[in-house]
Ligand binder design. Structure first.
Ligand SMILES: C[S@@+](CC[C@H](N)C(=O)[O-])C[C@H]1O[C@@H](n2cnc3c(N)ncnc32)[C@H](O)[C@@H]1O
Length: 384
């Protein structure tokens, strides 16, 4: 296991020698292959932003929707005709589709009887369809918005600067924290909440159907979803557990104007660092990885105060770096989202050891990790 990030596939070889140096004057057959592989490695990392941009383009051109509307696999010509693109861009569309087939967003099928190549959706692109209940396009568009990606262009500057304790690259470039930006820009606020909501639509479905979650909330009468956004998760839980009183707790500008269901779901505005409504279960999904350890400890203490000592449960949905340990895709997602957190809010994804020390510092007794949400886990934390 890697000693830096707890990820199994990332092997740090501890040696007192530098990596083998190559003499540029004596290039043999063997090391010219290594040299060209290294060159290609640098290319792949240099140009991998085009994977993101190709995905963004496909969403904005509504390519998945066009294929779905066609009702069967579509030829390049039919696709070009159905999109609002210039007629002389068909060959360029072929290049875009070739990359997106390579990255498993679309699949090529041979049509009958003429064996023409046609494109069909994969599950990855079905999750980009506007009418799909689990549509992830808003999340992708948010994370690729220039205001978010711009900070990443200035990471080196940020590393060199003497910034305030919690000043992120985003803050350094935009002159305000990301949540200040979200609350001051109505359109961006809507995009942010919709992006979070589409993630929660998937996770809440997986969660409420899991035996692990059922076991955690069985017999529970009250639950608060802290940093619960527009209440997508809260609504799913309130619906699945009509006997449970659910509160969605978030910043006032997020919950203002949102209506509960008149039965077992209400919205409360506030700051998790000041006070949290009391309940038997506190749920926090993705509201810690964007905060410093100091702030997380503060919020954890407020959680502890809001929970009964006996039978109270804190359920955190976040990544635990390196868990689960056997999936390279999950490790990649953890490492990339960790960098995004650094860039956008000086946050981080935490290892088990880091989580443990936060829980103990905030006065919690113990914890248990259930790695059942892909790259994310359910972390159950026990107050006493
Ligand atoms: C990354 S979003 C996650 C939203 C939601 N839990 C989800 O996963 O879909 C973090 C949420 O924390 C909220 N938040 C930020 N600062 C907060 C604070 N001080 N107190 C309460 N909520 C806060 C944000 O408004 C946002 O809705």
């Amino acid at each position: 296991m890697c000693i830096y990030c707890s990820i199994n596939s990332c092997i740090i070889v501890i040696t007192n020698k530098w990596a083998k140096k190559m003499d540029p004057n004596t290039i043999s057959n063997e090391n010219s292959k290594e040299l060209l592989d290294a060159l290609t490695h640098i290319w792949n990392h240099t140009f991998s932003f085009l994977n993101s941009m190709a995905l963004k383009c496909a969403i904005q051109l509504e390519i998945p929707d066009a294929i779905q509307k066609h009702g069967k696999p579509i030829t390049l010509k039919e696709l070009a005709n159905s999109l609002s693109i210039h007629p002389n861009k068909t060959h360029s569309l072929y290049q875009l589709m070739r990359l997106l087939v390579h990255s498993n967003f679309f699949i090529i099928k041979k049509s009958t009887p003429n064996q023409e190549e046609t494109y069909d959706l994969t599950l990855n692109s079905q999750l980009l369809l506007k009418n799909h209940p689990f549509n992830q396009s808003p999340f992708a568009i948010l994370e690729m918005d220039p205001i978010i990606t711009e900070s990443a262009h200035h990471l080196d500057e940020w590393f060199k600067n003497e910034n305030d304790e919690d000043e992120s690259p985003f803050h350094m470039i935009q002159g305000k924290k990301i949540y200040e930006h979200i609350s001051s820009e109505l359109k961006f606020n809507d995009l942010f909440n919709e992006a979070m909501s589409c993630d929660s639509r998937i996770i809440s479905k997986v969660l409420v159907n899991s035996s692990e979650f059922k076991g955690l909330v069985e017999g529970v009468e009250s639950l608060v979803d802290v940093g619960g956004g527009d209440g997508t998760m809260g609504k799913a839980i309130a619906e699945a557990y009509p006997e449970m009183q659910c509160i969605v707790f978030d910043l006032p500008h997020v919950v203002n104007g949102l209506q509960g269901n008149g039965r077992n779901l209400t919205y409360v505005g506030g700051r998790m660092f000041d006070a949290i409504p009391h309940a038997q279960v506190i749920l926090i999904k993705w509201a810690f990885h964007n905060w410093s350890d100091e702030n997380v400890i503060k919020a954890l203490k407020r959680c502890k105060e809001a929970l009964p000592n006996k039978g109270g449960k804190l359920i955190i949905i976040e990544m635990v770096m390196g868990i689960p340990s056997d999936n390279v895709n999950y490790s990649n997602a953890q490492l990339l989202i960790d960098m995004q957190m650094l860039s956008a809010s000086r946050g981080k994804e935490r290892t088990e050891q880091q989580w443990k020390s936060l829980f103990l510092d905030a006065g919690f007794r113990d914890y248990n990790i259930l790695p059942i949400l892909g790259p994310r886990s359910i972390i159950q934390v026990f107050p006493a």
